[in-house]
Design a protein around this ligand. Structure first.
Ligand SMILES: NC(=O)c1ccc[n+]([C@@H]2O[C@H](COP(=O)([O-])OP(=O)(O)OC[C@H]3O[C@@H](n4cnc5c(N)ncnc54)[C@H](O)[C@@H]3O)[C@@H](O)[C@H]2O)c1
Length: 257
């Protein structure tokens, strides 16, 4: 049942919603009849996105890695909408580099947003989700499912998000709160294009059974499904929306040629 069908105007909070996968997710929620709090630390992009999305959204400027700011913004979202039915922890940063060139500052910069941000936002929203028996969806990555080169910080942060999701599902189920994790494969967003060289792009095409990058909308479809009543008995799951990348081993490019 969509929010429209159930006649309750449900509210989703989507982080990193100024562009990319977060923006596509906000758009799909609106299509399904939800109200959406769009949150990002990039105030200019967020204002543009919110203006484009129309009346069902309100923008909230916040850095998800700042504990005090997170608490303040959740209070603002609740005073604007009165409820939160779903939190999508999508805000993320990518920094690809060799282990030996990844110093503590680079490591912390990735962890602050990708892991601390998911923890902080979730902790702050739990009381509201208890009221609505709502849903958490955390965005990890195929880089959290399998190790690869250059991803010591990014891949480790995403693997931690996968485990954090299972922890949340284990402890919050008794309140009716579901927690699931989506692991996108490569999508041509600003984040990905900043770190995907042509070699990486070619390697992904080779390693993915569907032989292409995904779209923001294809990832959003999985996220919104997991937040909806259609997924009411689904929790603690890790779902790769990745063109089949996770399911394959060696030999695919050789078999194709
Ligand atoms: N694009 C891909 O190929 C891909 C693959 C796997 C996983 N992911 C994950 O999907 C999520 C979305 O990525 P995207 O590709 O749409 O990226 P993007 O860079 O297009 O969008 C990310 C948004 O998050 C915001 N953001 C970053 N740090 C923030 C912070 N600390 N507080 C608030 N907002 C912050 C940015 O301003 C930006 O608007 C990320 O978690 C990313 O790791 C992306």
């Amino acid at each position: 049942m969509t929010a429209q069908e159930s006649k309750i105007q449900k509210v989703a909070l989507v982080t990193g919603a100024a562009r990319g996968i977060g923006l596509a997710t906000a758009r799909l929620f609106i299509e399904e009849g939800w109200l959406v709090a769009v949150l990002d630390r990039d105030a200019d992009e967020l204002q543009k996105a919110a203006a484009d999305l129309g009346q069902a959204v309100s923008p909230f400027v916040c850095d998800v890695s700042d504990p005090a700011a997170v608490d303040r913004i959740i209070a603002d979202v609740l005073s604007r909408f009165g409820r939160i039915d779903a939190l999508v922890n999508n805000a993320g940063v990518a920094d690809f580099g060799p282990i030996e060139q990844t110093d503590f500052a680079r490591w912390r910069q990735v962890m602050e947003t990708n892991l601390d941000g998911v923890f902080l936002m979730s902790q702050a929203v739990i009381p509201a989700l208890k009221e609505t028996r709502g849903a958490l969806v955390n965005i990890a990555s195929i880089s959290g499912l399998r190790a690869s080169t250059l991803r010591v910080a990014y891949g480790t942060s995403k693997a931690a998000v996968i485990h954090l999701t299972k922890q949340q599902a284990a402890e919050l189920g008794e309140y009716g709160i579901r927690a699931n994790c989506v692991c996108p494969g490569p999508v041509r967003t600003k984040l990905a294009m900043a770190v995907h060289t042509q070699d990486i792009i070619d390697a992904y095409h080779d390693a993915i059974p569907l032989n292409r990058y995904g779209t923001e909308r294809e990832i959003a479809e999985v996220i919104v499904f997991l937040c909806s009543e259609r997924a009411s008995f689904v929790t603690g799951q890790v779902i790769a929306s990745d063109g089949g990348f996770e399911s394959t081993g060696v030999g695919l490019p050789a078999l194709r040629s």
